[in-house]
Structure formats: structure tokens, C-alpha cells
Design a protein around this ligand. Structure first.
Ligand code: AMP
Length: 298
């Protein structure tokens, strides 16, 4: 663990400590008792990439101790094959988390997170009904249940989440506010590959042909943004603009395209303020999501 006296203090280059790994709730409690505050939490499912690293770096700037959790949460997978095929590489995760600034890695087992006899679910209402909630039944409830446990056990001052999973972020914010959890939820921008594809642990499962086709999500979002910048304010027109671009790519099977109110996630007929453009698209067995926030105001 680092001995930083102040949040955001830089570690000396070449002297990065290897993060300490803890597993059980008791080990976590003991490690946290000695950890300098404030504490920043970065929950992940592992297979870490630059998107995760950006969250860890942001946490390092705003915290004296950075706790990264790696837990492939079975409750949030609505498809067994997706859970089984989810990439796992602990050695690479340790290296990436350490070099991005993690002090502590919490890698619990399923039993550490869900003790024997576990029977509690955290369900958030209307916000979980559309988009990912409609496409992946049970997924968001699995997310809110595990995140409530992680936030409670970590007791961090701040927790860092990616805008890449826009609905998840909104739902977690709602849950933390509704339950009066003490942790501030911090949103971090989407990190992309050079060709515009949003980084995702699932990208490695794309075939070379699918990988070459996958930036079509970004192109579709940018086409809708261009229409918006050109004055289009009709929600259906923006959804059609995205759908038209996706339709040019034969390997892409869209699940949904959306132009919604970013606070309620209700589909917009007319854009009068901010809007969230989002989509889920399948490439064979791999499902990708992406989004773009239109800030509104002009
Ligand atoms: P995951 O391991 O996919 O559950 O993601 C863990 C966290 O990293 C979530 O808060 C995600 O939103 C965030 N994340 C994943 N991919 C990206 C990305 N490309 N850019 C920014 N944040 C990301």
C-alpha cells in the first residue's frame, strides 16, 4: 500500500508498489482499517483494459487509497454462455491495476460476496425498465445488488463508474441516493480504441471480421450527433439516422437504438434539452453497447 499523505500525490516513477490482494470480507475489513483516507472504489469484472485504467487513475487523483474490485458477478449475466465465456486473466489484471494506481485489489469468491443463504435483491424501479433492462432481464438487478454490497463493505468516500454503461451509472446513482449510501458516485468518460470502438472486455471475443465492423456503433452515434448539430430535434429522425448507419454493416444485428431523456430514459419525441443516444448491437455471440450524450442547451 502507498503512503501517500495527500490525495492525488504522485507516486515516484519506477517505485510502484504491487497492489495487495484481499479475498474475504474479514481480510478486506482488516486492510481498510489501516488504509489512508479518502478511499476510492473502482468496481470491475476484470479483463482490465484502458477504460478501467482511466477509472483507476481518476480514483488515484481523488483518493489516498484506491480499492479495485474484480468480481465476475454471476447474478448480472442473463446468458450462461456470456458468463462462461467472459474473459478472465488475473495476472494481467494485477499488472494493469497496479500500474494504473490501485493500492488494494479485492478479488472475492462468489461465497465472499453472497454468503450462504443469501436472499436479498436490490431492485430499482422505472429506470431499469427500458434499454438494457428490457433487453437483458435481471441484469440490472444483478448489478444493483452486487454494487450495493460492494459499496456497503468498502465504505468508500467515492466510487468511480464509466459513462460507457450509461444506464447502469444512472441506476447506481439512483440506488445510492435512495438508500442513503455514503459513497459519492463519480462518472468517468468513455475510453475508445483509435478507430472509435468503445473499449470493452468483450471486444477480444470478436472475430477479426467482426472487430473490423464494430466501429459502426461509433459511426452511427456520430451520424446522429451530426444531424443534431445540424438542427435536427426529432427523436425518431435521430433513431433512424443511427439505424441507417447500422444497416450498412451486414455483421451487425441491432438490439435497440434509443434517443432518450438522460434523466428518465424515456424515449424522446422532440429534443428540447439534453438527450442520450444509445444502442446495443450484436456481432455473432458478442453484444456491444455504446452511447453519446447530447448536452442540449443551444
Ligand atoms: P466492467 O468490468 O465491464 O463491469 O466495467 C467496470 C467499470 O468500468 C464500469 O464502471 C464500466 O462502465 C467501466 N468501463 C468499462 N469500459 C469502459 C470504457 N471503455 N470507458 C470507460 N469506462 C469503462
Amino acid at each position: 500500500m502507498s503512503n501517500k499523505a495527500t490525495p492525488g500525490a504522485e507516486r515516484r516513477p519506477g517505485r510502484r508498489p504491487v497492489p495487495r490482494v484481499v479475498r474475504t470480507r474479514a481480510e478486506l475489513r482488516e486492510a481498510l482499517a489501516a488504509a489512508p483516507r479518502p478511499l476510492g472504489l473502482v468496481p470491475t469484472m476484470g479483463a482490465l483494459h484502458e477504460g478501467h485504467a482511466s477509472l483507476i487513475r481518476r480514483a488515484q487523483m481523488e483518493s489516498a487509497t484506491v480499492l479495485v474490485t474484480i468480481f465476475v458477478n454471476p447474478r448480472q449475466f442473463n446468458e450462461t454462455t456470456d458468463f462462461e465465456k467472459y474473459p478472465r486473466d488475473k495476472a494481467a489484471d494485477l499488472r494493469l491495476a497496479g500500474s494504473a494506481g490501485a493500492d488494494l485489489l479485492w478479488i472475492p469468491s462468489v461465497e465472499d460476496v453472497y454468503p450462504a443463504g443469501f436472499q436479498t435483491n436490490v431492485h430499482v424501479g422505472r429506470l431499469t425498465e427500458p434499454l438494457e433492462g428490457a433487453a437483458r432481464p435481471g441484469h440490472l438487478e444483478g448489478v444493483t445488488t452486487v454494487v450495493a454490497i460492494l459499496l456497503t463493505l468498502a465504505g468508500a468516500e467515492k466510487a468511480f463508474f464509466g459513462q460507457k454503461d450509461a444506464q447502469q451509472l444512472l441506476v447506481i446513482r439512483r440506488m445510492a441516493g435512495d438508500l442513503g449510501l455514503a459513497t459519492e458516485i463519480v462518472a468517468c468518460p468513455i475510453v475508445r480504441e483509435a478507430d472509435g470502438l468503445a473499449m470493452s472486455s468483450r471486444n477480444v471475443r470478436l472475430t477479426p471480421e467482426e472487430r473490423a465492423a464494430a466501429p459502426v456503433l461509433r459511426r452511427a452515434l456520430l451520424a446522429a450527433r451530426a444531424a443534431y448539430d445540424g438542427g435536427a430535434r426529432d427523436g425518431a429522425a435521430l433513431r433512424a439516422a443511427m439505424g441507417d448507419v447500422l444497416a450498412t454493416e451486414p455483421l451487425a444485428t441491432p438490439e435497440y437504438v434509443s434517443c432518450a431523456d438522460p434523466a428518465t430514459l424515456r424515449e424522446l419525441a422532440t429534443i428540447e434539452g439534453p438527450a442520450l443516444l444509445s444502442m446495443a448491437v450484436r456481432f455473432g455471440g458478442v453484444r456491444l453497447i455504446d452511447n453519446e450524450l447530447l448536452a442540449g442547451g443551444q
